[in-house]
Design a protein around this ligand. Structure first.
Ligand code: NIG
Ligand code: FE
Length: 385
């Protein structure tokens, strides 16, 4: 909308429309002129692994030399090495490390972040990651939406008796996480080398019985039927889907499950990109997220993911923007509160120093965000309108 105005009071948007039509009562209020800049809903990064110890820069070179992500994992690298590094860090150090990333995200215009556990993989360390999120949620402007991913991989010490770990998840951890309000969702990585369909089903049904919403890391490295499982269990989202089958796509469409695309993970793993056009043609909404983690997506740059969604997933700039706003909000079940600039919505917005949406996603910049409004307060961006 050209020459648009957004009116908010306290934390809530009151009115949106062409400036010329703004009701007289609002003209007496402070008016902030954004010039010719673009104003978008605060961005929602609906899939991250925000809290982790260490990094895996050495695997980057191995992958470039042709060693696969799965082979690196089989040789003790990959997710298991991040689990060891995360177990070795204190709550305070993990919190400070995640805070650095959150500050960077806010500066880019991101105002809500879904964040998964999954690098602790035992009782103390999964709870430690979720405690990092609880503390950050209290002190940081960004709203965090935590997800329990205790079923990321089978922890190394349980490799020869995986059922014991799954019992721990279902009998101890899920009930505890749910009753303490430490997570809103439960996610499972369904893949060779991670969890089988029947294991995932048991874990997710238990989670649902305890009131957690359901998410699935599905069909990332192979078509393992994860999308159909997500649909069958009424998951709010199925994530990755690089190898989703046509049946999986139709199942997602009928269930209304959101597909979360993670183009940075495809880029870094040199895997196929999600078939976004096929999904949308079949009626599936496609979100776009960073997947920020030390292995498959070491960047939290959501606008870069948006540009890639256009270039490599065949999405239009408008679909890409919807993918990080209203559709991303749906992927975390917050579509009635955030992700849209409409009366009654939370006053979260980003001012982008670009003349149009097309121009923003076409001219990739380190940071095009001039200012960020969160719950009605100016909190981030480069700070100059
Ligand atoms: O979303 N697929 C599984 N989990 C992460 C990667 C985690 C890692 O490599 O540390 C993902 O890509
Ligand atoms: Fe992920």
């Amino acid at each position: 909308m050209p020459n648009a105005a957004v009116v908010w009071s306290e934390e809530t948007i009151q009115w949106v429309g062409p400036y010329q039509e703004m009701p007289a009562e609002y003209r007496k209020e402070t008016i902030i002129d954004c010039g010719r800049k673009l104003v978008v809903p605060g961005l929602v990064d609906c899939h991250t692994h925000l809290c982790f110890g260490g990094w895996r820069g050495d695997e980057f070179e191995l992958k470039l030399k042709g060693v696969s992500y799965q082979d690196i994992a089989r040789n003790g690298g990959g997710i298991a090495s991040t689990v060891a590094a995360t177990r070795g860090m204190s709550l305070g150090d993990l919190t400070r490390k995640a805070l650095v990333a959150l500050n960077g995200m806010l500066a880019l215009g991101v105002t809500t972040v879904e964040c998964k556990s999954g690098y602790g993989l035992d009782e103390a360390n999964e709870l430690k990651q979720l405690e990092v999120y609880r503390q950050l949620n209290r002190v940081h402007e960004i709203d965090l939406v935590p997800t329990f991913l205790g079923a990321h991989i089978i922890p190394p010490e349980h490799r020869n008796h995986r059922d014991r770990y799954i019992d721990l998840l279902c009998q101890v951890l899920i009930p505890r996480v749910a009753s303490q309000g430490l997570a809103r969702f439960c996610d499972v990585f369904v893949e060779d080398g991670a969890y089988t369909l029947s294991e995932a089903q048991r874990i997710l049904i238990t989670a649902a019985e305890h009131g957690l919403g359901i998410k699935v890391h599905a069909d990332q490295l192979s078509d393992g039927g994860g999308a159909s499982l997500a649909a069958r269990l009424g998951a709010v989202s199925a994530e990755h889907l690089e190898y989703v089958s046509p049946e999986g796509m139709d199942a997602l469409a009928s269930a209304g499950t959101v597909a979360v695309s993670l183009p940075l993970a495809s880029l870094y793993l040199q895997e196929p990109f999600i078939p976004a056009r096929d999904l949308m043609r079949r009626g599936v909404r496609v979100a776009v997220a960073s997947d920020f983690n030390p292995g498959s997506a070491p960047s939290y740059h959501l606008p870069l993911a948006m540009t890639l969604a256009c270039l490599s997933q065949g999405m239009t700039p408008q679909e890409s923007l919807m993918g990080v706003t209203t559709v991303a909000a749906a992927a975390i079940d917050r579509q009635a509160q955030i992700g849209s600039l409409l009366p009654g919505y939370q006053a979260d917005l980003a001012v982008i120093d670009s003349p149009s949406l097309n121009h923003w996603l076409y001219q990739f910049q380190a940071n095009a965000c001039s200012a960020v409004l969160k719950r009605g307060r100016w909190v981030g961006g480069k700070g100059h309108l």
